[in-house]
Ligand binder design. Structure first.
Ligand code: AMP
Length: 440
């Protein structure tokens, strides 16, 4: 049996790196006052059709949808719709004027698998409900840059745009349609169709014919209403004040329909991912809560693909699964090893006890394979003399330590020289030396 195409197993050797990035993300968001929301992996299909938009690639082609006991349901292709649904369903707006949520988890899209593009992939993301101000947008972008720097993504490139609110978008959509209509024959078949259904999406097209047709087309920034322009100008002012570098990309529109005003994307500094180098996508979606039956609450959010973050990050996983490997020789020693193992773990030490009753040679081979810092050897003689032999596997030294002092001995040695990237501090993402330093 094999895993389903486009869906991957993440084994512990790799998942330790994932955990580093996840905990750096959690730490970033918690320091910004965000709380974790966990929503179901399946939602009513209608939620995504409404929230994401009928004419988007995700809804048109990529959703894992099925009918279960007469109920049309879909494996979530993204996290915002579910979060917004939960926000409305629990009437969170009644309890607080501003709500800050983050999430992490699997998403499902039936895309053509490639490097950095999978059918089950993981996103970390956040949503802020209830704050319409451009300061909220700027803070979110700045926090993302801080997070990316923390995990060693070298100089992340921020691209921003505004597609205005409803009125602006309607005017611009018409202008775009008019400008592209004479070039219709030159457009790709998808874009010809979108000229009727959703012209804004043409801006997003990577097709060379569409790119050529878009040359010299008016940009949405020329159409911003006074309010939209004030928001846009203030967003840039706040980013300037924060010293967050960004570029304006007036062709930036995002695949999902619900966005308005601020849009942003962050790309990795070097193009290790080929065409799909976007690490983070986000923006404002002020109309969504209302469209889901809630009140008029503004919102902004982003999502980042965890696999892509890992491709672009220099974060290092701990080299070893354990600090201490206990090698008992014989049944009496095994009983003693189990007790010692429990004592060490209670003291916070990562420890494996090998209960296979294997030879000393096999036990030490295992200890080395685990890259354990120490092996504690316990034979019948050690048990009766109330001592253990502690082998330092890196330095190739061996010390006899009184049984009663073993836990203290290991603890103080661990405190002296924590393994690289093994720091227990939540902020330590284990970034490799030489990784991008944070800007002042
Ligand atoms: P989106 O929800 O389409 O705005 O995507 C947000 C981020 O999720 C992207 O920038 C990617 O990092 C990631 N992402 C989207 N689709 C996939 C996929 N099929 N496989 C892996 N990562 C993805």
């Amino acid at each position: 049996m094999r895993a389903v195409k486009g869906m991957n197993d993440i084994l512990p050797g790799e998942s330790r790196r994932w955990q580093r990035v996840e905990s750096a993300f959690r730490s970033t968001m918690e320091r910004l006052g965000y709380g974790e929301v966990r929503t179901p992996y399946v939602e009513p299909t209608g939620l995504f059709v409404r929230a994401i938009g009928e004419t988007t690639d995700v809804v048109e082609k990529e959703m894992y949808s099925f009918v279960f006991h007469d109920e049309p349901i879909t494996l979530r292709p993204e996290g915002t719709a579910g979060a917004a649904r939960a926000y409305v369903e629990h009437r969170v707006h009644n309890d607080e004027p501003v709500t800050r949520w983050f999430y992490m988890g699997a998403m499902f899209r039936g895309e053509r698998p490639a490097k950095g593009r999978y059918r089950q992939f993981y996103q970390v993301g956040a949503e802020c409900f209830g704050d319409a101000g451009p300061g909220c947008d700027a803070e979110m972008i700045d926090a993302l840059v801080m997070f990316l720097t923390d995990i060693g993504v070298a100089s992340p490139d921020v691209f921003i745009n505004s597609i205005g609110s409803g009125q602006t978008r309607a005017l611009y959509t018409e202008a775009l349609r008019k400008a592209l209509e004479p070039k219709k024959e030159a457009l790709s078949p998808d874009s010809q169709r979108r000229l009727l259904t959703n012209p804004l999406r043409i801006l997003d097209s990577k097709h060379p014919a569409d790119r050529a047709a878009l040359e010299g087309i008016p940009t949405v920034l020329d159409f911003l209403s006074d309010d939209d322009r004030a928001h846009w100008d203030n967003l840039r002012r706040h980013l300037d004040a924060l010293g967050t570098p960004y570029q304006v990309d007036p062709h930036l529109v995002r695949g999902l329909d619900y966005y308005g005003r601020t849009l942003f994307e962050i790309k990795g500094a070097y193009d290790i991912l080929g065409a799909g180098s976007t690490l983070v996508g986000g923006g404002r979606y002020d109309g969504m809560i209302r469209s889901l039956g809630g009140p008029d609450v503004p919102a902004i959010g982003f999502a980042a693909g965890l696999e892509r973050l890992l491709l672009a990050s220099t974060v290092e996983a701990p080299q070893s699964a354990v600090d201490v490997f206990i090698a008992p020789l014989g049944d009496t020693a095994t009983a003693e090893a189990l007790v010692l193992g429990r004592q060490l773990r209670r003291a916070g030490v990562r420890c494996e006890v090998d209960t296979r009753n294997a030879s000393l040679k096999a036990l030490l081979r295992r200890a080395n394979a685990l890259r354990s810092t120490w092996a504690i050897i316990l034979g019948d003689r050690e048990v009766s003399e109330q001592v253990v032999e502690i082998k330092d596997l890196g330095r190739h030294t061996q010390t006899k330590v009184a049984r009663a002092e073993v836990v203290g001995y290991i603890q103080s040695r661990l405190a002296e020289a924590p393994a690289p990237g093994d720091g227990a501090g939540g902020l330590d993402a284990g970034v490799a030396p030489g990784a991008a330093a944070e800007k002042p």
